[in-house]
Structures are given as structure tokens and as C-alpha cells.
Design a protein around this ligand. Sequence first.
Ligand SMILES: Cc1cc2nc3c(=O)[nH]c(=O)nc-3n(C[C@H](O)[C@H](O)[C@H](O)COP(=O)(O)OP(=O)(O)OC[C@H]3O[C@@H](n4cnc5c(N)ncnc54)[C@H](O)[C@@H]3O)c2cc1C
Length: 496
Amino acid sequence: MPRRRPRAVVIGAGFGGLAAAYELSKDGLADVTVLEKAGDIGGVWRANTYPGAACDVPSNLYSYSFARKTDWGRRYAEQPDILGYIHDTADRFGLRPLVRTGVEVTSAHYDDSTATWRVATSSGEVLEADVLVPAVGQLSRPALPTIPGLDAFAGPSFHSAEWRHDVDLAGTRVAVLGTGASAIQFVPRIRRIAGHVTVFQRSAPYVVPKPDRAYTGAHRAAFRKVPGFAAAMRQLIWEISEFFGLALTRVAPLARLIGIVAAANLKRHIKDPVLRAKLTPDYPIGCKRVLFSSDWYPALACDNVDVETAAITEVTPTGVRTDDGRLHDVDVIIYGTGFKATEFLAPMTITGRDGRDLHSQWREGARAHLGIAVPGFPNMFLIYGPNTNLGSSSIILMMEQQARYIRQIVQELARGGAARAFEVRRAVEQAYDAEVQSRLDAGVWTTCESWYRTASGRVTTNWPGLVREYRRRTQTASFADFEEILPASAAREVGV
Ligand SMILES: Cc1cc2nc3c(=O)[nH]c(=O)nc-3n(C[C@H](O)[C@H](O)[C@H](O)COP(=O)(O)OP(=O)(O)OC[C@H]3O[C@@H](n4cnc5c(N)ncnc54)[C@H](O)[C@@H]3O)c2cc1C
């Protein structure tokens, strides 16, 4: 059987895009080009440089299985170290020459006659590819709140993922909007230098202590020299994360146990009953992401920090007005308001077979078989696609599975000389989606509003099970789930 080298275009050079580039370029399988709109690789770890930015899954697990690192500085690495790791890994595995930075993909169009993708960039360039791998992340586009007057504020204002390091916060009055995973990391840092911080909270998160620690020389020596130690630690952390996943997705008594830990954490640090009441969540544990921090509550208990729970009605030139009529005068506003997580692949235009538009097909919410394959879009395979986010464990475990799965399909494409494409069968995708959604409907994520859900309430971000289950289901790409699409030109030649 003749072989051909498929051309793969990967969109995005974060952890996901680089995982795909690693798998698809390994052993010269495919001719890989990674297009990245930013000026460098790293994805969220390039963008999020706010003070205190760090992972909330231990780095032993929040790292590639093919690039184990034994000298992390601490259990939960901070952003500079994670970004450094991404750079080192890209260099070590020869991925950097595959990446073209400063190239934004605006559209991708499947050409039925040749069974190829035409990928257009903002500079007007068009690349041709046999395989398209969008790896643009779920959390790469910052979301600002829809509050009147946002542009009216006279002082500096910025989103946490676009931190203004040129703004000196020393002695200033700062408004922080949001109390999610980013805010709980940067508020404890900025309150050390700011004159006063007002944290505007819409809903209180559950917060459990973060068992972070700096690794000593002995730790690092053990990771490096003791056979199996690093692997055993990774496995242990994985099992603990799976326990969390089990508690949050399936076993209510275990979730209640985590709730007890969170309540004890709150009680230990917040003595003021009024503040404690404000910081007590009013929704079932697990519905929004459970946060890990040992310095969030101590920071909120400080004299120069206030927690405001009145709803914001407008931003004025001098501050933030709440619905009780008060105007909170501030010098700087920081939006810790998260990301447009449910707007998968936006704002790109993706056109599949017979000219179908992906965003129209996803009108009711993004969906894909195993989070990877979409009917009507042959040879397009997603990384970190719909329903592959986790409430607890490392996303990198999911991405590596997706990359390996895609590799198997590309291997199949490489066999045989002619152009061809694989498209997931509609019935397979429908059955999968029905299963996933019914499990999600029965779970905790539909019991409150969160970034996991679309405006209509569909959970499009999260995977309903454990990583172990996802791994089992994506271990071997089943070609029975796909139909083979020949280019229209070839079909004509054989008289179909
Ligand atoms: C602050 C923060 C902390 C996090 N901590 C954790 C953690 O501890 N554990 C965990 O499991 N997960 C964590 N996550 C989730 C995180 O999103 C994933 O773990 C992972 O890093 C995402 O990688 P990605 O490559 O899929 O996406 P991203 O890192 O978002 O990369 C996507 C890339 O695509 C590029 N791109 C987008 N559109 C285009 C386009 N049209 N053309 C070209 N390029 C484009 C973007 O510029 C970006 O570089 C965190 C997320 C954030 C924001």
C-alpha cells in the first residue's frame, strides 16, 4: 500500500496544540503546521501573567506524560515555571519550528472536490491541509461583564488575562470584579501593595486549602534518582484527582465531605459573622469549580479588603455603583470575570462538507463525538473540544488522549495513496451526545448557573465522568464510528 504524508494544520499553540503537534509529527507521520495568533507559544500560560497565577492541579500531573519534569520548584508550579516548561518541551521535541506565531486563523473551509481544508488567515494567506486540528482552548478568550458604562471609567481597567504590568497598584484603591479561580490567586497578592481592595462578589465559591509547598533538594533528588518515585507520585495525584471527580460527579456523600472541609476552612479564617455569611456558598458543592487556596480567606479578612455582594449596576468615570445606590470610588478596576468558555471555535468561520456552517450546526450548543469529531466536518478533529473539561483533574490528560486518538486516524489516512477523509457518523455522535447530556442532566453541574453552561442551560464544557473512563473510550479509534469520504472528483472518476 503506498504511503502519503498528510498535511495537518493545528490552530493554537497552547498545551493542546503542542500535544497534537507532538503526536502527529512523531516519526514523521504528518507534515504539521501550527498556527498561533499570539506572538509566542504557551496559550493560557503565556496570556495569564497576573500575580500569583499558578496551576491548581499539582505539576506532576499537570504536565505531559511524554515530558516528565523532575525539578519543579513547588508542588503547584507558578505561571513562569509552567510557561518555561512549555518552551523547554517544545524545544526538546522539535516542535518550535512547526509553529508559526502571529498568524490568526479567520476561517477554514472544507473543499469537497479535493477532500482538503482551506485555512485562511487574517493576512489573507490560505493554507491547504488534509487534516484540521483546532486547539484553541476553552479559556482563551476573556469575558467582560455586560455592565453599562464599562468604557466610561477614567482610570486603568483590565482583565486578569491581560494584566497591565505597567499599572502600579501601590497604594491605590482597586475594584476586583469576580471571585473565580483567577481572582482567588491574584487578590491575596495585590492586597499586599494596594491601599484598598474591594472584591465584588456575585456568588461565593467553595474554597478548600491548597496543599502547596516548595520542593526541597531532597524532594527533587528523590524525583530524579529514586526509580519509579516520580511515576508513583503522578499516579497518586491522579488517583486523588479521580476521587475528587467521583465525589463531584457521582457520589454525593463524598461531595458533602469536601463541603465540610470547605466550611471548616471558612470558619477557621473568617471570624466576622457578617463576612462569613457573605462568603458562604448558596448552591450545591461542585456545581461551580471548587477552588484551592490557603490565602484567599486570610486575604479577605485583612483590614484593607472589603467584600461587596450588592449587584453592580454601572461603572462610572470614578468607580463602581451598586444596586443600593452606593458609588464605590476606585483608581483601578480589574476584571476577574473569566472566559467565553462556551463559544467554541469563535470567532472563526468553519465550513464543512456541502458548505455547512459549524456555528449554525452548534446553535443549541457545541457538541462533538468524544469532544473530538463533528458530523459533516470530515478530517476535522478537536483538542479540548466540547464536554472535555474537568471539574477536578488535569486537562492535559484529556488532551493527550485526544492527540493519540487523532494520530490513529491520521495513520490510517497516511496508508493508501489517494486523498480521503473520515467523518464521524451522525448516529454515533447523536447517541454519544444523548448519553453525555443525560448524565450531565442528572449531575451537579445543572443545579446552578456557571461558565460550564450556555445561556440555554446546556453543559457544553464538562466531561461527565472520570478521566479513566475517557481514556478507555478514546484509547482506540473505532473506524466503524466513521464513514470514509472520498473527494467528489475521485467519486466522479469511479462513476459514483
Ligand atoms: C489561569 C488559568 C489557569 C488554569 N489552570 C489549570 C490547571 O491548574 N489545571 C488544568 O487542568 N487546567 C487549567 N486551566 C485550563 C487550561 O485552559 C488548560 O489546562 C490548558 O492549558 C488549555 O490549553 P489549550 O492549548 O487547549 O488552550 P489555550 O492554552 O487557551 O491555547 C489556545 C491557543 O490558541 C490560540 N488561538 C485561539 N484562536 C486562534 C486563532 N483563530 N488562530 C490562531 N490561534 C488561535 C490562542 O492564542 C492560544 O494560544 C487553566 C486555565 C487558566 C486560564
